[in-house]
Design a protein around this ligand. Sequence first.
Ligand code: ZN
Length: 316
Amino acid sequence: MPQIGIPIERCRFAPTTSGPAHPGTLLAALLCWLDARKRGATLLLRLEDVDSTRCTPQSAQDMRDALSWFGFDWDDECLQSESHDDHATALDELARADRLYRCTCSRSAIRRAGLPAADGGWRYPGTCRDQRLKDGEWRNVDGAVRLRLEPGTTDVRDESGLALLQDPSAQMGDPVLRSRNGSIAYHLACVVDDARAGITRVVRGRDLAPCTAIHRVLQQQLGYRTPIYRHHLLLLEKSGDKFAKLHGAVGWRELRQHYTAARLCGALAGFAGISADSSPQQPSDLVERFDWSRVCSDDVPLHWTGQSLEPSTARG
Ligand SMILES: [Zn+2]
């Protein structure tokens, strides 16, 4: 029971609905859910569906079905696409501050510039920076809309101690805020929606850690408070001769043919160090003993045998 005078923390789980839930989605949900429930925080499920080319009402429902099957509950739910007016208001505000410009570069042109970015992609070389967009012009522009970043170091606290210090203009490049097809891009939607929902605490995968400095810049520019961040381990799978974030290997409907929800929850809890063994558990069984100090800090490589998820060796 929260004490009087102590504000209630607000957390969120925010999966994209562009594809089915996979083991990485379910582990991220488990960590977020346990963190919130252990702290007595309120927990919002935000279905990130702004990419209208890949996200449909059916894919949003499929995500809800996966999370319900696994045993999660939420205090509140929203669809990111319902916040379109708030995203537009934020773009208007950034335009008034002279921070937006039109970009017509192709992906291949950006790749050819050959500037690596901190998130593993390619850094935008700033080619179109002079095509500034005044108030409202972003609404009808042909091309993508980018944010002009000023050089400078940005630091954000990560509760797990991960270093998030970055100069986003030098390490990430000017981000797209509205894509060529009119969809609001991840960085802006995420920052606006967190602020709008009063989110105070963000628990998310380490793959998103390099984006945090850009999120901080947007929060400062828009006058939002910065939540506390905690980035957690990822499940990896073999991809060529490297390991990449486990994504496509197996979806939840196939997993469900081989695992009960409790067996899968127990297996994921065991892989991630949430519990000492892999015995079947409901998420609610894990709340009382949940402690971030026991959760693995290193990523965990797995493979799908067609029957079960098994640990891989990092060199395997
Ligand atoms: Zn450009």
